[in-house]
Design a binder for this molecule. Sequence first.
Ligand code: 5GP
Length: 206
Amino acid sequence: MDYPGNLFVVAAPSGAGKSSLVKALLELDSVVKPSVSHTTRPPRGQEKDGREYIFVSPAVFDAMVQADGFVEWAEVHGHRYGTSRHAIAALMESGADVVLEIDFHGAMAIRRVFSNTVSIFILPPSWDELRLRLERRGEDSAHTIELRLRNAALEVAQVENFDFVIINDSFDRALFDLKAIVHAQRLKFAVQRRARAQTFKSLNIP
Ligand code: 5GP
């Protein structure tokens, strides 16, 4: 399946800084729109239904799976998360550049469905730093941090399947890299021909 905008999927182990980077990108670039996933996990802190996630019960999630309502879904850290067909289709039809912040299983599934997917993996600078960030975040128990670190080792092993890699040792540098990837996609021949159709026409480029 193909569509006019760009589709970016961003994956990373928890603590690598994925959410902060994507949030900063969305604030800087109004053409990029997030796809809001459904999840069975309860809201955390300031999270609002419909903004970070659409929070649903396991029964509603099950019904959506049965009705083939998800392009992909996965269980991550004991909760289910899914990209709804409806949400992503609406964004795509609007011609937006869509960004999905999902786990690596989801990223690979999306790539199989949408051939123009640009996949980006964010790495922490070191295991020590990742542990420190998870501890500083103060959201998780020692047990959960160990679990996240074990999962992180499995996730990082998937990095070779991604188109781009960003190492988040400095937030500003990592954001620059993310913006550079988004910008470079917009300069690809097929995208430019669509976006700058008039210019191409005046230059007699078919
Ligand atoms: P959190 O609970 O910390 O917000 O997210 C946990 C993990 O689930 C993160 O890696 C996040 O990117 C991933 N995730 C969020 N939404 C989706 C989704 O729709 N599909 C998949 N496969 N993973 C998701």
